[in-house]
Design a protein around this ligand. Structure first.
Ligand SMILES: [Fe+2]
Length: 290
């Protein structure tokens, strides 16, 4: 015998009404989160990165990553100030700035850099171009602005740091999307045994970088982690050129590692869902070579 609840009785009507109310409340809550709450949050996400051929002086090195500010004066100051305060509280060895400081206008760089100048790390801050920085204000303007603020800016070049008696190469490319990335120039002069921290705005370029040599860690942004994601499924509906394969979090290819940060700011509508602004803190951990 089949038991069925009455479709139009008081119980059925109440269930439907309650379901509709719950759906409406859930939708309103999701919109409120996406529009007003989440874009102003900042999550600190800490991960270990297993690196082959890591010398003892670099064991436990802590690298912060911020990217994709797309800074909007008048709206984003509190968020960036929060990011700088968290970086300083984390007592980092290095901070990597992985591009897209602006969306269109270069005028926003000066107020952004005024906040970023307050960052303190043990071994420095390094920055690279993003595609928006290259398309609009352009390389020369962006590089000059950073250097004026005392932040080294890498365009197809590297800087070799001595840390506790060992060497780390910090290597940064030009932006990839309509830019002129040159992996050979970027990695030029780095000894095979020297570990590489690569800064490349667009994550899909990891395949090119890791085909040159082992990259102990590449950090990238560009995708904003999808900016809006479907909870539990993790699906980011909007994909961007050069950010279609590697979208968010950690990836490996052979002995090379990639981390893609969800970034800080937003493009278009100031909206984020299930993908809050992020300060990534990555700790290098040596593992035996296979
Ligand atoms: Fe980008």
């Amino acid at each position: 015998m089949k038991l069925a609840l009455p479709a139009n009785g008081p119980f059925g009507a109440l269930s439907r009404r309650r379901a509709l109310c719950l759906l409406a409340a859930g939708t309103a809550g999701a919109f409120a989160d996406a529009l007003w709450l989440e874009p102003g949050l900042l999550w600190v996400n800490r991960h270990d990165v297993a690196c082959r051929n890591l010398p003892p002086g670099l064991e436990g090195l802590r690298v912060g990553v911020l990217a994709d500010f797309h800074f909007r004066p008048g709206q984003d100051e509190a968020l960036v100030e929060k990011a700088v305060a968290r970086v300083n509280a984390e007592d980092l060895d290095l901070l990597a700035l992985a591009g897209d400081y602006v969306t269109h206008s270069g005028e926003v760089l000066a107020p952004l850099l005024k906040i970023l100048e307050r960052v303190k790390t043990r071994h420095g801050v390094f920055a690279v171009m993003g595609n928006h920085d290259g398309w609009h204000p352009g390389r020369d303007f962006v590089r000059r602005s950073f250097e004026k603020a005392g932040i080294p800016f890498l365009i197809n070049q590297n800087s070799q740091l001595r840390i506790k008696g060992d060497t780390l190469a910090v290597a940064g490319t030009d932006f990839v999307w309509l830019g002129k990335p040159d992996p050979a120039a970027t990695l030029k002069g780095i000894a095979p045994a020297t570990p590489v921290l690569a800064l490349v705005h667009e994550p899909d370029y990891f395949d090119v970088m890791s085909s040159q040599r082992e990259i102990q860690l590449q950090v990238s942004g560009h995708t904003h982690g999808g900016q809006c994601r479907v909870p539990l499924v993790g699906y980011a509906p909007v994909k961007v050129d050069y950010g279609r394969k590697y979208i968010k979090g950690s990836y490996t290819r052979g002995g090379s590692n990639l981390f893609v940060t969800s970034g800080v700011g937003t493009v278009g509508l100031r909206v984020r869902f299930a993908c809050p602004p992020e300060l990534a803190v990555l700790t290098l951990r040596g593992v035996p070579a296979a």
